[in-house]
Every structure is written in C-alpha cells, then in structure tokens.
Design a protein around this ligand. Structure first.
Ligand code: ATP
Ligand code: ZN
Length: 299
C-alpha cells in the first residue's frame, strides 16, 4: 500500500502510557520494527505506523491530521479540548474508545493543615496546576472564585515554595501527595487512556482498516477478564451450575461417553473465575474443573 493508504497512530514516546499502548497494538496483531531513538515504527504486517511523541502533542497531531489516530490520557484530551474551544479552534478530534489503562484522577489537594470543608474553601486561594483549563472549568462550575497558577511541572512542591496555596494534579495512588504533606480533597475528573481520531474523513481503505482495528481492540478488552471453563456435572445440577458460572451466556453441554446422568459443560465466562466460584461449583456437584485463559475473541 502506498503512503496515503497507511494509518498513522501517535502514542507516548516514553512514559506511563508507552508500554500499554505498544502492548495493545501488538495484541491487535501489529508487528512493527522499532529502532533505538526511532520516532516512527513501521508496521510490517498491517498498513499502520506508530509515531512516538510527547503525550501533550498527541491531540494536536490528530487535530491537524498529521496522524489519523492517537492514544492519550483523557486528562490531556479534556485540557486540550477546553483550550481549543477557548480559542475558537475547530474541528477538534473525536474520541473513539476508552482503553482501560492509564487510570488516574485529576484532584485538588490541600496541605495537611488546610481546613477543607468543600469547594468554597478554595475561594480567593491560588491553585497550582498543569491543567489550567480543566481546573478553571471546574472552579466555574462550582462557583468558586480562585486564582489558577499555571506551572509546567513539579506542581506538588508549589505550596511549600509559597507559589500557591493548594494544587490540582494527577493522582493514582496518592503516595506523591503524602510525601509532600498534601491530602486529596476533591476529584475534578477521572481519567484513563483514550483512542482519538482525526475529524477528517479517511479514504475508504483506511476507514476499513480502522474499523477492523476497533473490532480487535474490543476483542482484546473482552478477553482480558474472560476465561474458558470446562467441567463435568450431573444433569440434575445443570440449573444451579449455570447460575453459578460468572458472566456466561449459553454454555455448550456435551454428553459424556458411558453415562446418561452426567454431562460436560464448556462456557466462556466474561468475568474472572475465582477460587470461591470453583468451590461453589464443586459443592453444586461439578467435578474435573478446568479454567483456561482466552487468547482471542471475535463476536
Ligand atoms: P511526556 O514526556 O510524554 O510529556 P508526561 O510526564 O506528561 O510525559 P507521564 O507522567 O508519563 O507523562 O503520564 C502520562 C499519562 O499517564 C498522564 O497524562 C495520565 O493520563 C496517565 N497517568 C496515569 N497515572 C498517572 C499518575 N499517577 N500520574 C501522572 N499521570 C498518570
Ligand atoms: Zn506530558
């Protein structure tokens, strides 16, 4: 395929989203060559190339149609969207899918000795953040007049340096906050990695590949938690066993050679199968239980 026919996806070059993004593309079947310090990975078996960039640049690359697709945190997407809207820039980009990794939240955190009783406690305060648009939007929604101090990094030390009273920053475990004597007091937004696309219509061949990739991403997400379970059971226990199988639709029931009162049951469970479930199945009369991971799934 010539260059015009190849999809290009922008992902984070080096950071928290990088490994997950490359792993997702591999699970979708992409084989690529990645040289050291290379910015563009060439897809060897699909018309899909990967551009490695700073995460903050991804929405612009997609909006400007330099890349057709991008994988980036919802926090960055939201901040960019608000900043584009403030400047009257359109069209933007479209969010296609949540990708179920890179989970974090953008939160207000206050110093340990700050008496926080609700958003109004922030009135008249200085809030340090690298997400000024999202923070201002939240403050406006809550009717809180406060000053937003835009920093480019190291937000968590701003209160100690006297540059701000409180912060609005990304949190996942909270350990960074704790180390800086800060306490999370309000969640401004929940975030996870998103797949975004250009607003520009793609040539049909590219659009077709994009749809195939979207279906594969669906499949990847479904198998994550899915298990294939096999067991033997007395016919009399069938109803109870079907009730106990977590998230399974219609199991396959197979007669067992040499017996009429026992059957084999095979089922895909859309949820993890825990030891407790196996123990309950056994108590209900099941035997020879086997649980297997599911590698691929296509509805
Ligand atoms: P870059 O050099 O690409 O600009 P960065 O420092 O902005 O890197 P990372 O710290 O790698 O980016 O974070 C990338 C994304 O990972 C964040 O925008 C967010 O969506 C997600 N993320 C998940 N957990 C966290 C966390 N605890 N702190 C910060 N980001 C997190
Ligand atoms: Zn960044």
């Amino acid at each position: 395929m010539d260059k015009e026919q190849r999809l290009r996806v922008a992902i984070q070059k080096s950071g928290r989203l990088t490994d997950h993004s490359l792993d997702l593309l591999s699970r979708c079947g992409l084989k690529y060559s990645r040289g050291k310090d290379q910015l563009l990975c060439y897809g060897e078996n699909m018309p899909l190339d990967v551009l490695l960039v700073r995460d903050d640049d991804i929405p612009d690359l997609v909006r400007e149609d330099v890349c057709d697709l991008g994988i980036v945190g919802g926090n960055v997407v939201n901040e960019k969207r608000l900043s584009f809207l403030a400047r009257g820039v359109e069209p933007l980009f479209e969010v296609l899918q949540s990708l179920d990794f890179g989970r974090c939240r953008l939160s207000i955190a206050v110093p340990d000795n700050f008496n926080y009783t609700g958003p109004q406690s922030l009135a008249g305060r200085r809030i340090a953040t690298t997400y000024p648009h999202t923070t201002s939007h939240w403050l406006a929604e809550n009717g809180v007049p406060a000053e937003v101090v835009t920093l480019s990094g190291a937000v968590e030390i701003a209160p100690r340096l006297g540059r701000a009273d409180v912060i609005c920053d990304l949190v996942s475990t909270g350990s960074t906050l704790q180390a800086n004597h800060l306490r999370e007091s309000e969640v401004v937004m929940q975030s996870q990695a998103l797949l975004i696309r250009t607003p520009v219509p793609l040539p049909q061949a590219k659009e077709d590949w994009l749809n195939r990739i979207l279906l594969r991403i669906d499949g990847v997400q479904q198998v994550k938690e899915s298990k294939y379970i096999m067991l033997h059971a007395p016919r009399s226990a069938l109803a109870e066993i079907r009730r106990l199988l977590p998230g399974s639709e219609s199991p396959t029931i197979i007669p067992l050679e040499g017996t009429t009162d026992k059957v084999a049951i095979h089922a895909v469970c859309r949820e993890n199968v825990f030891w407790e479930t196996l123990e309950s199945l056994k108590r209900a009369g099941a035997s020879s239980l086997l649980v297997l991971p599911v590698e691929k799934m296509l509805a």
